[in-house]
Each structure stands twice: as C-alpha cells, then as structure tokens.
Design a protein around this ligand. Sequence first.
Ligand SMILES: O=C(O)CCC(=O)C(=O)O
Length: 255
Amino acid sequence: MKLITQEVEQFKRVGYLKIDGRVIDDEHLTVLRQHYDTLFAQKRGTIGEGLRNLAVVGESESDEDADRGEEMLQIMEMWSLDEEFRKLLYHEPLLDIAESLIGPDIQLFHDQALYKPAYHGGEVYWHQDNAYWQCDPPNLVSIWIALDDADEENGCMNVIPGSYVEGLAAHGRAESEKGKLPALLQVKPDVDRAVSVPVEAGCAMVHHCMTLHQTNPNRSSRDRRAMVLHYMQTGTRSRDGEVMKDKPLLRGKLA
Ligand SMILES: O=C(O)CCC(=O)C(=O)O
C-alpha cells in the first residue's frame, strides 16, 4: 500500500493525509475490536496502572471515581499486552505507508489505544505530538486507525493544514478545575484553518509529529475506538539525546 507521488506531495504540503482505501479488512477489524474491548474491560478501574483517562489528569488521575462523566481513555504499548496488537506493528499496508513517508528503516516509537466512549467521550486539546516527545529529527509520523466510523459527532481528528512547517508552538501544562491538563497549547491555534478528517472503520489517516491537531468530545450514541501507531526512522534520538536503539525494529535495519 505504498503511497503514490501525489499523496506524498500532499502530505509534505499539509502535514497529514487521509489514506485512500481500507488498511484493515472486516475480519481483521472484528478481531482487533474484540481484543481492544477485552483490554479496556480488564483495565477498568485501574486508572494510573497502564490505563489513563486523559480527560482527568494530575492529582485526580489516580482516583478511580474521578469524573466518570468525561472519559478519554488511553492504553499505551498495546503491542506489549496483546499478540494481535503486536502483529499489527508488522501489518504490511501500515508499514508501506510509513515507508513512503520516512524511508525504509522504521522503528516503532510507541502505540496507543484511544477510546472515546459514546455520550461522554472527553476532548483532546490542540497540540503537536513532538512538543511532548521532543524527538530528533522531528519527522515521526502517526497512523491513526479508526476501529469505528469516526466523524465530527464522535470525535474524529481535526488538524491545521500546513501547521507542521510553522515550527513548534509553546506548550505547557495548565490547571483546570479537574486537575492538570496533559496537553495545552499556550498560544491560540488558528482554528479558522482547521479541517476535520472523518475516517471510516478500517481506514486511517496519517499525520506529521509537528501537525497541530485535536479531537472533540464524543456526545454521540456511538463509541469512537481508535488505535494509533507512531513511527520513527531508525537513528532517531529521544529528548535525552540518546539514539533509541531499543524500540522495536519494524522494517529495514538499525542505523
Ligand atoms: O484520538 C484522539 O482523540 C487523539 C489522537 C492524537 O492526539 C494523536 O494521535 O496524536
């Protein structure tokens, strides 16, 4: 599923791309959904132990009863918890997309499941991924896979086209009445330029780690389950300046 030249050019121009066609077929989707739901069910009530509610963080994060009204649930490193998600790292269509954008030598930076339950799914605020990661070179790409149809009503991705070439905006942690927010842009994003990227179940969009993006709350009657894989070229350095040799090598060779 290599991208064609026009798609690569478009990604380079705007910093994201909606992938044309399915990346996960129906049968595979059914299996991934079952395993996803099982992991979230197993982790229910264990906030702070591998499960985070990004809508309620800081002091209150460890309080399992904290604001059940808003849930933006996250499980990191799904690949290390479940064989189906480990296999997903090597799913050829995804690696072909990553290779088209960052070259043949690919490591996983990390993966995450991001679940916005129906009716009370919480918001993810505007941010650039590399503001937190501080990876060098700052050219990681993330493939965001919809396990349910994702649209404006249940919290699909919204992006600011071209923002990735405008440099890193100031980010910080801020307090809200719910505690510390995980991700807060300190400047006002130019939301007039924002576009929504609805993605059907089994399909994906890819974004650059410097692209400003956000997702809205889910007030619809439909769950929004998503899986995101963050890819880096081998030789990428962490915020400490160390080459991340220990991250899973997915294709090609280590630098
Ligand atoms: O899925 C979401 O709601 C947020 C996704 C996101 O921020 C990301 O993939 O970097």
